[in-house]
Write a protein that binds this ligand. Structure first.
Ligand code: ZN
Length: 284
C-alpha cells in the first residue's frame, strides 16, 4: 500500500511564500495497492492535481469523503474526470447529521457554480449507505468506519490492503466539550497497531479554549493517542491556514523530541509519497 498527500491544509487553501514546504491545498489523500486498486480520500483542492494524474487512466474512480465541510469537497468541481463521458465515479459521502449526503454534487448548483452537477458527462453514483456501515469492501480494500467528533458529524476510515492498515481520521476533536461520538478508548481500538495514522491536529494548546468545540485536536493529544495505540507512523494533517512552514517545522521537532522514541511522527507535506511496506518517505 502506498499513500500520497495531495492536500494537507485545513479550512481554506493557503497559497503563498509561507506554505511552500507543506503546501496550501485542502484535504485530499490518494491510496493505492500493489494490484493498482485505489481510493481517493476527500475532495479538497488537492484533488485537482490528482485529476490531472488520473485523466488518462480509464478505470472507475472511488472517492470517499469524511464530511461535507468546504475544505473536503471544494476541489470536486475542478476534478477533470467528472467532465469525461463514460467515466464511472463512485462517491461515498461521510455520515453527516444533515440530510445533504450529496452536497459534494449540489455545491455545483444554483448561483454557486456555472456548470450544474446534473449536466456532468461522467457517470457519477453517490452511495449514501456505505459510510453508515461499520465495514465494507471496495476493490482490494477492506474498509472500517468510525464516527468523527466534529460539528455536523462525519466518518473516519481504516483501510486494510496488502497486509497493511491505514487510519484516516480528520477532522476530529479527541476531547470535545460535549459527550464525544467516539471516546478515547474507542479511538484506541479503531486505530490499534496501524502502520500509518493520518490524524487532524490543527491546534496547539495556545489555540484553546477559544476554539474548543470547533472539531479539531491539538498536536500533543494526537501523538499521545498514537503512542498508546502502538501506531507505527503518525502524519499530522489539516494544518491551520495560519500555520507557516517555519511553525510546522517547529511543531514537528517538538513532537519528535517528545514522542520520537516510540513513534515516527511527521507533519504531512503535499506531494509526499509513503510506502507502507518499506516505510520510505519520498519527496520530502
Ligand atoms: Zn470539518
Amino acid at each position: 500500500m502506498k499513500v500520497q498527500f495531495y492536500g494537507v491544509r485545513g479550512s481554506v487553501p493557503t497559497p503563498g511564500k509561507h506554505t511552500l514546504v507543506f503546501g496550501g491545498n485542502t484535504s485530499c489523500v490518494y491510496v493505492w495497492l500493489q494490484n493498482g486498486d485505489d481510493i481517493i480520500l476527500d475532495a479538497g483542492t488537492g484533488i485537482i492535481a490528482l485529476g490531472d494524474r488520473l485523466i488518462n487512466d480509464a478505470r472507475p474512480i472511488t472517492i470517499v469523503l469524511t464530511h461535507n465541510h468546504w475544505d473536503h469537497i471544494q476541489g470536486f468541481p475542478y476534478f477533470r474526470p467528472i467532465f469525461q463521458p463514460e467515466r464511472n465515479i463512485l462517491l461515498i459521502p461521510g455520515a453527516v447529521d444533515c440530510d445533504d449526503k450529496d452536497m459534494v454534487l449540489r455545491q455545483m448548483s444554483g448561483s454557486n457554480h456555472p456548470v450544474k452537477y446534473d449536466q456532468l458527462p461522467a457517470n457519477i453514483c453517490v452511495n449514501e449507505s456505505l459510510a453508515l456501515k461499520k465495514a465494507f469492501d471496495i476493490g482490494g480494500f477492506n474498509v472500517k468506519t468510525q464516527a468523527l467528533n466534529h460539528p455536523d458529524g462525519g466518518t473516519a476510515y481504516c483501510l486494510y490492503g496488502d497486509d497493511k492498515k491505514l487510519a484516516y481520521v480528520t477532522d476530529n476533536e479527541l476531547a470535545p466539550p460535549d459527550e464525544p461520538r467516539t471516546s478515547w478508548q474507542q479511538w484506541l481500538d479503531f486505530i490499534d497497531g496501524a502502520d500509518m495514522l493520518i490524524h487532524d491536529a490543527q491546534y496547539t494548546e495556545a489555540d484553546l479554549p477559544l476554539k474548543h468545540g470547533w472539531g479539531h485536536s491539538i498536536f500533543t493529544q494526537v501523538a499521545q493517542l498514537a503512542v498508546e495505540a502502538k501506531v507505527k507512523s503518525l502524519f499530522i494533517i489539516s494544518h491551520d491556514p495560519a500555520r507557516t512552514d517555519e511553525e510546522l517545522i517547529s511543531v514537528e521537532k517538538i513532537l519528535q523530541e517528545k514522542f520520537g522514541e516510540s513513534l515516527r511522527v511527521n507533519c504531512a507535506r503535499e506531494g509526499v509519497i509513503v510506502d507502507l511496506e518499506s516505510m520510505d518517505i519520498n519527496g520530502q
